[in-house]
Design a protein around this ligand. Structure first.
Ligand SMILES: C[S@@+](CC[C@H](N)C(=O)[O-])C[C@H]1O[C@@H](n2cnc3c(N)ncnc32)[C@H](O)[C@@H]1O
Length: 300
């Protein structure tokens, strides 16, 4: 039986994005936004109680303390810290995760919910995110789903870097991309993604591998039409030069997970590599870019 620590901080709505970004950057998986019994906004994480968990929780608390020092109204001391066994963790998770229409086309549906489509054209992504990031409802995922809706025309050879729960891979297949490779540095995410792909018949032919950025991506995946990555900026930056040679001329590189303060740096890194930003998408303080490799001008 696995044991988790549930840790809850009280965080005002206007500071939630930065709190989530900070916790994810410090290593938290699956940050949950919610309300406490007094209807005050909260941020919750679940930390697997394995070796080193106490240090990790201390690191998160220090991170929240730094945000408080910067003037955000965050109490760095958690308002709840409790031990959960895996069965109670699963029930906690299911209590707050319900079907959600995240874009015009996509509704993310928990695997345990019996959901009826409201309209025929609604595309369902069935997910049991377990501990992997990607319930579909986080703004960074929603922005990437919108970017996919904007660029996919059908048949694209596609790579999903940092697939997490596999949510974007399922969405891309719904929109009609061709061969798709999904990767993640985290072996547990690879297992979760595979299980979720199996829940969505449209994504049954997606290949999932463990890889740090493009390190273990087979060269057969060069000449890709579309590469997407919803990862924090400090991971996107080293990814850009690895993506470029794998992209076909005219191919798209979609990036999300970009917080306000690093937006200009990521834009600069894309353009330094020779990628053209053709569209920017925003949700609150989160940003995504649709960038494109220039089309070769063939000499006649
Ligand atoms: C923000 S989550 C995105 C999950 C999902 N694609 C989504 O959009 O909801 C980022 C994912 O990238 C993975 N990741 C982080 N660093 C990575 C790296 N160097 N190479 C590959 N994946 C990485 C994490 O394990 C995590 O699953």
């Amino acid at each position: 039986m696995e044991v988790y620590q549930k840790i809850v901080w009280q965080v005002p709505v206007e500071a939630q994005d930065i709190a989530v970004a900070t916790l994810v950057e410090l290593g938290a998986d699956g940050v949950e936004l919610g309300l406490n019994a007094n209807n005050q906004p909260t941020v919750t994480i679940y930390e697997n109680q394995i070796e080193g968990w106490e240090n990790k929780i201390q690191t998160y608390t220090i991170g929240m303390g730094i945000l408080a020092e910067q003037g955000l109204e965050i109490n760095p001391a958690p308002i709840v810290q409790e031990r959960l066994e895996s069965s109670s963790w699963e029930n906690e998770w299911k209590n707050y995760y319900h079907a959600a229409r995240v874009t015009n086309h996509f509704t993310v549906v928990p695997a345990w919910e019996d959901y009826q489509k409201a309209q025929n054209q609604e595309l369902l992504i069935v997910m049991d995110p377990d501990q992997a990031f990607g319930t579909g409802t986080h703004p960074t995922t929603a922005l990437m789903l919108q970017a996919l809706e904007a660029v996919v025309r059908g048949g694209e050879k596609t790579i999903d870097v940092g697939t997490g729960s596999g949510v974007l891979a399922v969405a891309a297949k719904h929109l009609g991309v061709g061969d798709l490779l999904a990767t993640d540095i985290d072996e547990a995410a690879v297992v979760t993604a595979q299980a979720n792909l199996d829940l969505n018949p449209v994504a049954k032919d997606v290949e999932v591998i463990a890889s740090d950025l493009m390190a273990d991506v087979d060269p057969t995946w060069s000449d890709s039409d579309l590469i997407m990555a919803n990862i924090l900026a400090d991971v996107i930056t080293p990814l850009i030069p690895q993506v470029y040679p794998l992209l076909k001329s005219g191919g798209y590189f979609l990036v999300s997970g970009i917080y306000d303060d690093v937006k200009a740096d990521v834009a600069q890194a894309l353009s330094d590599q020779g990628l053209t930003i053709i569209q920017e998408l925003n949700q609150g303080t989160w940003h995504a870019f649709i960038s494109q490799k220039p089309v070769d001008n063939l000499a006649i």
